[in-house]
Ligand binder design. Structure first.
Ligand code: ZN
Length: 145
């Protein structure tokens, strides 16, 4: 199995069995983000305690890349401080802007490295970033609450 096939499997697995896809009844911030160019849509709830993200739940519709990416991010960024989450998100944005030149650090990005190939398709980058931007937005709102 080559890396591309493996990465396809990771993306499809998150798409079919998304993590944290059930909006929590309580939250510190709720955001709704859309990607009109593809039709992707997510609502995301974020909870934080003492500067640490304790829960990210979401609901949404859209392409496999957008839905898999928010599933991955919602799992990866829980338990991280706002600062750590921002640093990891910055790494992911950098990967998405690399035009296929970077592979991503799996120690930092975990399953998100499976999305590295998306950086070669400018039209899909917004799909991959949708969930991450929603988490960033929710983090800012939760911190200023
Ligand atoms: Zn999409």
């Amino acid at each position: 199995m080559n890396l591309d096939t493996l990465y396809q499997e990771v993306i499809l697995d998150h798409y079919k069995n998304p993590l944290n896809k059930k909006l929590s009844p309580t939250f510190d911030a709720q955001v709704h983000h859309i990607n009109p160019s593809c039709g992707d849509e997510i609502t995301l709830n974020l909870t934080a305690v003492d500067g640490v993200i304790t829960a990210i739940t979401w609901d949404g519709v859209g392409c496999s890349i957008s839905q898999a990416s928010v599933s991955i991010a919602s799992d990866l960024l829980v338990g991280k401080s706002f600062e750590q989450a921002e640093a990891i998100s910055d790494d992911f944005v950098e990967l998405m802007q690399s035009k296929g030149k970077k592979v991503g650090d799996e120690a930092v990005l975990e399953d998100a490295v499976a999305l590295a190939g998306v950086s070669q398709y400018p039209a899909r980058i917004k799909c991959a970033l949708l969930g991450w931007m929603a988490i960033k937005d929710a983090s800012i709102q939760a911190q200023t609450k």
